[in-house]
Design a protein around this ligand. Structure first.
Ligand code: ADP
Ligand code: MG
Length: 619
């Protein structure tokens, strides 16, 4: 049945089916949700699964008979059949086995360690599933839930990702959408979505700095956003990808085990006590005491005991908040709003601690489970053309550039640039008659490409044969609003062009990004030295090549002694190519340069003379 509503502002009848519905999806590590804008109330609402809960656990179970079960039913199978039940697939998005090998014990299912460079796969029976496929099963389920509720087919969506997700993780999320039969119009940062759900940033003249504290099931993220004229900019993110509600459950379980001398010998009791701990935690969000029976024993916990148990976890999140503020270069007093996101922020002690740290009452008006999905729906509505003038901005976590002569990194988009962004630079060939140019794209902060991470490589072919240095190749980097990079190369004289969309083979983890940044600082001095030396060697090589070419074409303008002396100077410069003191190389270059300068002038005079001879003087 089609819904009909009256738009009170416009005074006309709105037919729900007349609107193109774009849904918003929060594809979470623990739980996922789908939301849309209800055009009767003009506000975002989460869609529930046939009368049950809005939350769809992000769990995929592969049945023995080939059936694929998603959500609540799959979550139940975690206890019964853990090896065929996949949880936390989001942690694997855009990752290689190398990226996750140090925490592979975390997963109770079989992660394939075949080729360390390519994307991870999960093995069930004879089949191998990528995290993209696994996520697509969850997305398909959400699409299905929305289609049942709205009574029509849905194809367009907005999906949220953590603000720290890199290129390949964002791309993997988009691909998962595509695989689920969805057209992913935009990938939005989770904290940005949370902000939109609270209506912050929707009016063009609004200027705010906000903190989004997101404590979910297994991850913690703190983001500092600056919002100006409808532009959302992530100033900094921090957090811990292995800290969340699960850890709180674990602390309670351990406490009970030691307090009541409980022995756990099998996986089933382990799961049962874990679920009991989760129940206890949730109850203590609104009650002062919890009591239940486990096996034959009574297990209990008071709110005060609970608060004490989780104090270290809270402290860790607060220290992340400190770091994020520092990185964002923002003082606590400058934060206008603190938004609470994620199921675990229901715990009163957490709200209290966060409020105390930011010296502000936290904003927890909206359901913390739903906030991100609601915001995704708001963004979807903006994209549907129902709300104009809103832009989303992000920052690049690492510098992007290309390889230049001598294996140097030439940065085109520096780290921390706001995206979307377009930047370019001109390059030329190093050899005469060179008809193609290899463009290698790198990510990282080091001066030498060998220390950075290669993202892609492509060849610009078909450059007409010209002397070295004459072709003008413009290389352009474009990062779109989803954080996906396209590199274009065009030879301006001939118009030949080529481009590539950069889809890295596998992603970088936060710790990789951090490590790369730390290394770049550590090696800054040494890198600078190597860069300077490499530049001098490259310059020397070019000088030799140019001078030799000069001798070959213009020897008639030089006498024998001059030719011999020039050759000798070329040779002595050639000897210095292996020198590690760039000053000596530079001196030798200068020496050759000084010596040949008068010859170059001679050539100029000669060339002018020639051209004058060609001209007719009229009388
Ligand atoms: P994610 O973003 O990782 O998918 P969610 O935001 O859905 O996760 O949060 C899930 C976590 O929230 C779980 O650890 C769950 O136990 C916890 N949680 C849910 N309700 C409550 C509550 N009332 N009190 C405390 N924790 C809760
Ligand atoms: Mg979440």
């Amino acid at each position: 049945m089609a819904k009909i509503g009256i738009n009170l502002q416009k005074g006309k009848i709105d037919n729900q089916n007349d609107h193109e519905v774009i849904i918003g999806i929060d594809l979470g590590t623990t739980n996922s949700l789908v939301a849309y804008i209800d055009h009767c109330s003009n506000s975002p609402v989460c869609i529930s699964n046939e009368g049950s809960k809005n939350l769809v656990p992000s769990v995929v179970h592969f049945g023995e008979n080939g059936e694929i079960i998603i959500g609540e039913a799959a979550k139940k199978m975690l206890e019964i059949n853990p090896s065929r039940t996949i949880f936390s697939a989001k942690r694997l998005m855009g990752k290689s086995y190398n990226d996750i090998s140090h925490y592979s014990d975390f997963f109770s299912y079989n992660i394939i360690d075949d080729n360390t460079e390519s994307l991870v796969k999960v093995n069930i029976d004879q089949k191998f599933y990528t995290p993209i496929e696994l996520s697509s099963f969850i997305l398909k389920e959400l699409k299905h839930i929305a289609e049942i509720k709205l009574g029509k087919s849905i194809t367009k969506v907005v999906i949220t990702v953590p603000a720290y997700f890199n290129d390949s993780q964002r791309q993997a999320t988009k691909d998962a959408g595509k695989l689920a039969g969805l057209d992913v119009l935009r990938i939005v940062n989770e904290p940005t979505a949370a902000s939109l759900a609270y209506g912050i940033g929707l009016s063009p003249d609004e200027e705010k700095t906000i903190a989004v504290y997101d404590l979910g099931g297994g991850t913690f993220d703190i983001s500092i956003l600056s919002i100006q004229q409808g532009v959302f900019e992530v100033l900094a993110t921090n957090g811990n990808t292995f800290l969340g509600g699960d850890d709180i459950d674990k602390v309670i379980t351990e406490h009970w085990k030691s307090k009541y001398a409980i022995e756990i010998n099998d996986q089933h009791s382990q799961q049962t006590i874990r679920l009991l701990a989760e129940q206890c935690k949730k109850l203590l969000s609104s009650n002062d005491n919890f009591e239940a029976t486990f096996q034959t024993k009574t297990v209990a916990l008071t709110r005060a005991e609970f608060d004490q148990l989780i104090a270290p976890i809270i402290a860790e999140t607060i220290s992340c908040c400190e770091k994020a503020l520092k990185d964002a270069n923002v003082q606590i007093g400058q934060i206008d709003e603190v938004l609470m996101v994620g199921g675990s922020t229901r715990t009163p002690a957490i709200k209290e601690a966060v409020g105390k740290f930011f010296n502000k009452t936290v904003n927890d008006q909206l359901n913390p489970d739903e906030v991100v999905a609601l915001g995704a729906a708001v963004q979807a509505n903006i994209l549907a053309g129902n709300q104009k003038d809103i832009l989303l901005l992000d920052i690049t976590p690492l510098s992007l550039g290309i390889e230049t002569m001598g294996g140097l990194m030439d940065v085109i988009i520096p780290r921390n640039s706001k995206i979307p962004i377009r930047a370019g630079r001109s390059y030329t060939t190093s050899k005469d008659g060179q008809t193609q140019l290899k463009i290698s794209v790198y990510q990282g902060e080091r001066d030498l490409i060998k220390d950075n991470r290669k993202l892609a490589e492509f060849i610009l072919a078909g450059i007409p044969s010209m002397p070295a240095g004459l072709p003008k190749v413009e290389i352009q980097f474009l990062i779109n609003a989803d954080g996906i990079l396209t590199v274009k190369a065009k030879e301006l004289r001939s118009g030949v062009e080529s481009s590539i969309e950069v889809k890295p083979q596998y992603g970088l983890s936060d710790s990789d990004v951090e490590r790369m940044l730390l290394e770049s600082l550590e090696h800054a001095k040494e890198d600078m030295h190597i860069r300077a030396l490499t530049e001098s060697v490259t310059e020397a090589k070019q000088m030799i090549e140019v001078t030799e070419k000069f001798l070959a074409t213009h020897h008639v303008l030089l006498n024998e002694t001059e030719i011999e002396a020039t050759k000798a100077k070329i040779e002595s410069l050639r000897k210095e190519l292996t020198n590690t003191d760039r000053h000596i190389i530079q001196q030798s270059i200068e020496d050759l340069n000084q010596f040949t300068r008068p010859f170059a002038e001679r050539v100029m005079d000669w060339a002018i003379g020639e051209s004058m001879r060609g001209k007719k003087i009229s009388d």
